[in-house]
Design a protein around this ligand. Structure first.
Ligand SMILES: Nc1ncnc2c1ncn2[C@@H]1O[C@H](COP(=O)(O)O)[C@@H](O)[C@H]1OP(=O)(O)O
Ligand SMILES: [Mg+2]
Ligand SMILES: [Mg+2]
Ligand SMILES: [Mg+2]
Length: 308
């Protein structure tokens, strides 16, 4: 079954297993205590967990799918990895219970670009906000984000289990989470904790939310939209890159939400696009009017996004 399933189903099924393994690596690095932090730029860190998780993900995916394009945040990786980092199996439950959407049934590996953020929320990881850390594997087909996995290695379930893996595939749905609608009597917005500026704040002020949640990580903020903790994810600034939004966009939209730039355009995820999401990020939960929020964004903010 696993090997004969359509390509996109095998990609999602394998990514569920691979992201879980990457999450174990992230926890192991933290337990060992030496994070091996490198400063890549301003407010931009990399740790041994980012490097090792990416090696696990890219080595596993490229062995299983040799002709797809894989682009990872941490650049070229040494794919000579320990045997137990190489994940070859797929999530059987996903493959057994879900049918491939017809429009995605007939794809070649060369149609696929996978965007890998091995550890989203590195700054949160180094500062102990561990629940906000996610592993993101986004699947783009013909330029569009269509599928993805968001793994949360430090999620604590009521059952006591640690870690959870959420998947989404457009035309198929989402799994690994029980989505909840946001409250109808309050308007809640989630935004950056560590990358704010005057323009980011102007966009928030214009929306006049009842509450602003400031939390790190693009993956985590999209989980907040799925869990009904916020109506909108608003970030009117450059800084996020394609690997930050590909999986979150696909997972959110597979459940009926929307994720675009601050001008209302979907980002493109083909193999030749530039990495920065220079015109910001606007995500809305299912049932929330994306258009209504866009219409409240002031011209000063829109112009800053055009110029970016
Ligand atoms: N200025 C920036 N430089 C580098 N990465 C950024 C920047 N702004 C945002 N990001 C990435 O987008 C994610 C979401 O941003 P924020 O937490 O500010 O909302 C961050 O966790 C980070 O991903 P990563 O941790 O994978 O490097
Ligand atoms: Mg980073
Ligand atoms: Mg990231
Ligand atoms: Mg990252």
């Amino acid at each position: 079954m696993a090997n004969t399933a359509p390509l996109v189903m095998r990609l999602v099924g394998s990514s569920i297993k691979i992201a879980h393994r990457a999450g174990n690596i992230i926890r192991d690095v933290m337990c060992r205590g030496d994070l091996g932090i490198i400063e890549k730029g301003k407010d931009d860190l990399q740790t041994e967990a980012d490097r090792s998780a990416q090696r696990c993900i890219v080595a596993s995916l490229s062995k299983l799918f040799p002709n797809i394009t894989i682009i990872g945040e941490e650049g070229a990786s040494d794919l000579n990895v320990p045997d137990d980092w190489l994940i070859t199996e797929s999530n059987a439950e996903f493959l057994e219970k879900h049918k491939c959407p017809e429009t995605l049934a007939d794809l070649k590996e060369s149609d696929v670009v996978v965007w890998v953020d091995p550890l989203d929320g590195t700054s949160e990881y180094t500062q102990g906000f561990l629940e906000r850390v996610t592993v993101l594997i986004g699947i783009a087909i013909n330029d569009r984000a269509v599928g993805g996995v968001i793994h949360q290695p430090y999620y604590k379930a009521e059952s006591g289990d640690v870690g959870r893996t959420i998947w989404g595939l457009k035309g198929c749905g989402t799994g690994g989470i029980l989505p909840v609608n946001p409250p109808s009597d309050r308007f809640l917005v989630t935004t950056t904790r560590s990358h704010s500026n005057g323009i980011v704040q102007s966009a928030l002020d214009a929306l006049a939310p009842d509450e602003v949640l400031r939390v790190g990580g693009a993956g985590y903020k999209v989980l907040q939209l799925l869990e009904g903790k916020a109506h909108a994810y608003v970030f009117a600034s450059a800084g996020c890159k394609k690997w930050d939004t590909c999986a979150p966009e696909a997972v959110l939209e597979a459940h009926g939400g929307t994720l675009t730039d601050m001008l209302g355009h979907h980002y493109r995820y083909g193999k030749d696009v530039t990495f920065p999401n220079s015109s910001g990020v606007l995500g809305t939960a299912a049932g929330v009017s994306h258009y209504n929020i866009l219409s409240k964004i002031p011209d000063t903010v829109r112009q800053a996004m055009y110029q970016a």
